[in-house]
Design a protein around this ligand. Structure first.
Ligand SMILES: Cc1ncc(COP(=O)(O)O)c(C=O)c1O
Length: 377
């Protein structure tokens, strides 16, 4: 296993950071802020929130969408709304960000860490159906993840949910560009680091209206049509200010997407001819993300990190050692995780931002290629 799995912040910081988000500028948000001033409506399903949700619905082809405070909370509430038995297992791929497991715990479940399919880096419904038979306890829920926004077959999990009756929530945190809604709720993060960033926020999309209503209620004190609390709940609403940034970000989306596509295409062109290195299928062609993660041959990770860091280039193993190596999760039940361990040792995040210059991408790829070639010789 490689060293420095958790990427402590480098000191001094790299000249080219691994991520440099750019959210809407003050002038672009200002017209929406003036609307808030005029409306004197600051949260609680205000007019900007409603407009934001309408556009998001169209974007992911969903019948229903609710915006919330962040995706970690959104995942937890989307699980809780389906009422899995408390203390039951939530099948969760170990190849994901810490938030997925935290959300399952908040929902009263025990994450059960399982492996992913090598080519998609995802937990697939067929594998999940098989795994249930080997579960170390009662399974109440499943949380598939769309890694780094990688597409997932639309409706893939609807049949699984129908057949098993389990709670299912798709962690689509980075999938603003690729998600197509189904009945199973999917949670998209609007964190600053995501392609549609608003600072903190998320939306949950589903074609199941009563489920979205239940999630909205759980994020609003359990209130439905009155101020009576009718179910356990908390406050997880997105304010009008968050929605204002969201509306401005949506206006800029065509430009933002084009900029991420330029970066992804630049990496694909510069790395495409090096047979040992890989990029996720369709990345930069069919879909974009706010991260660029390359696959290295086994044994190259430390050398690449050293070469890139020496040149002042930021790198990140976005998901560190996998969920099973976090102190908070190492006690959890788990299946053998050979594919996750392989991804941990081979997947490296390179700099990605909308204003990353083509020459810089070329320079980064040159260093990556040189380190790879040295290993071969
Ligand atoms: C896979 C995954 N799930 C959940 C989250 C949590 O999102 P948020 O920061 O909106 O809570 C992230 C954030 O990066 C993520 O990558």
């Amino acid at each position: 296993m490689t060293s420095q799995l958790w990427d402590a912040d480098p000191d001094p910081p790299p000249d080219i950071p691994v991520a440099r988000p750019r959210l809407p500028m003050a002038d672009d948000i200002l017209p929406y802020l003036r609307e808030i001033d005029a409306n004197r409506w600051y949260s609680n399903n205000g007019p900007l929130n409603q407009r934001f949700q309408e556009i998001l619905k169209a974007h992911v082809s969903a019948n229903h969408v609710v915006c919330l405070a962040n995706a970690t909370l959104g995942l937890a509430l989307a699980l809780m709304a389906q009422k899995p038995a408390r203390g039951s297992l939530c099948m969760t791929p170990s190849w994901t960000f810490a938030a997925s497991a935290h959300a399952a715990v908040v929902a009263g479940l025990v994450p059960w860490l399982v492996d992913v399919d090598l080519s998609t880096q995802q937990l697939l419904p067929e594998a999940a159906a098989e795994l249930i038979r080997q579960a170390p306890g009662k399974v109440g829920a499943v949380m598939p993840v769309m890694p780094f926004g990688c597409p997932m077959g639309p409706g893939n999990w609807d049949r699984f949910k129908n057949d098993t009756g389990l709670a299912v929530v798709i962690d689509a945190a980075a999938a603003f560009d690729t998600l197509r809604a189904s009945r199973v709720p999917a949670v998209v993060s609007l964190h600053a680091t995501k392609t549609l960033g608003i600072g903190e926020g998320c939306f949950v999309a589903s074609n199941d209206g009563s489920l979205i209503e239940e999630i909205g209620k759980a994020a609003n004190f359990g209130f439905a049509n009155s101020r009576e609390a009718t179910s356990p709940a908390l406050n997880g609403k997105l304010s009008e200010y968050g929605s204002a940034v969201g509306l401005a970000a949506l206006e800029a989306w065509p430009h933002t997407r084009a900029a991420y596509k330029r970066v992804a295409t630049g990496y694909r062109r510069a790395l495409g001819s090096i047979s040992e290195l890989s990029l996720p299928e369709g990345f930069g062609e069919k879909w974009i993300s706010s991260t660029v993660t390359i696959g290295l041959p086994p044994g190259l990770m430390d050398r690449e990190i050293k070469a890139l860091s020496k040149a002042g280039i930021g790198v990140r193993r976005w998901w560190g050692g996998g969920l099973h190596r976090h102190v908070a999760f190492e006690h959890l039940p788990r299946m053998p995780l050979p594919v996750t361990d392989m991804l941990v040792a081979t997947q490296l995040g390179l700099p990605c931002s909308t204003d990353l210059a083509d020459e810089t991408i070329f320079r980064i790829c040159g260093i990556v290629a040189e380190a790879a070639a040295k290993t071969k010789s």
